[in-house]
Design a protein around this ligand. Structure first.
Ligand SMILES: CC(C)(COP(=O)(O)OP(=O)(O)OC[C@H]1O[C@@H](n2cnc3c(N)ncnc32)[C@H](O)[C@@H]1OP(=O)(O)O)[C@@H](O)C(=O)NCCC(=O)NCCS
Length: 222
């Protein structure tokens, strides 16, 4: 085991199913992901994110990704979790599957968020990477509740939450670009995950392998 993983167990976290893998984001992976993001994540007229980090030139978006990821990677403890996992298909980085929340040691609740390069969208990978993350969060890290939000005008993201078995949990208005915009909320409890496990397994189509979870549980327990 590397010294980094001994000191910072999150660096050794890994989940895989067939050719799909979630892996802690090293600096090397981060640069590749910055270029994926720089090439474009969504149509310029849309804004799927509550913080509009995908506006600007390719360089600005790529640099924004580095800046966010460098700050997020240090947030991994009992008071706050910002787990950012690179998504790889056949070893190629295509996007990020994240989960974060406050007071994890007490609430064990996180919200998932994700993106992938436009070139990889619409092939079922967004659904699979969320299903794999749910295994990591519930089976691997002992999470009790996972939530997700999606703007009403983001059909792919809403659909991924429903397809992976989250329950709709109402909606509310938030400000996006100075306009009231409907944000849908979804929730998945550990009990519900247990009932969805078989369907999620079929969706993934290959057994799930988790690595490094015990040490991360300790890191998050404080
Ligand atoms: C959201 C995202 C991760 C989903 O990943 P994806 O690989 O594109 O999604 P999938 O291929 O797994 O498709 C999931 C479902 O959404 C549907 N879908 C995808 N795009 C759609 C669209 N524009 N309109 C309607 N349905 C759509 C698919 O048909 C599929 O449903 P089905 O199997 O019932 O047909 C990806 O599209 C993305 O990164 N988008 C930009 C960033 C983003 O929106 N992030 C989420 C912020 S909350």
């Amino acid at each position: 085991m590397s010294r980094l993983i001994q000191l910072w167990p999150a660096a050794g976290l890994r989940a895989s199913s067939g050719n799909l893998e979630l892996r802690w984001i090293t600096d090397e992976l981060m640069v590749l992901l910055a270029d994926v993001a720089g090439r474009g994540i969504h149509h310029p007229d849309l804004m799927p994110f509550t913080f509009p980090w995908t506006r600007g030139s390719n360089e600005q978006v790529a640099r924004g990704l580095l800046s966010y990821q460098w700050s997020a990677r240090s947030t991994m403890g009992p008071n706050e979790v910002a787990l950012e996992m690179a998504v790889l298909v056949d070893g190629e980085p295509i996007g990020v599957q994240a989960a974060g929340g406050k007071d994890f040691s007490v609430l064990r609740t996180v919200e998932t968020g994700s993106w992938m390069g436009q070139e990889f969208q619409g092939r079922g990978l967004g659904t699979k990477m969320r299903a794999l993350m749910l295994h990591l969060l519930f089976d691997g890290l002992g999470t009790r509740v996972v939530t997700s939000t999606a703007y009403a005008d983001n059909p792919a993201s809403n659909r991924v939450s429903l397809k992976t078995g989250y329950e709709p949990d109402g909606s509310y208005e938030v400000v996006r670009d100075q306009t009231p915009t409907e944000l849908n909320r979804y929730v998945m409890t550990a009990q519900r995950f247990a009932t969805q496990r078989e369907a999620l397994g079929q969706l993934l189509g290959a057994p799930v392998t988790l690595e490094g979870t015990e040490a991360v549980r300790k890191q998050l327990a404080g």
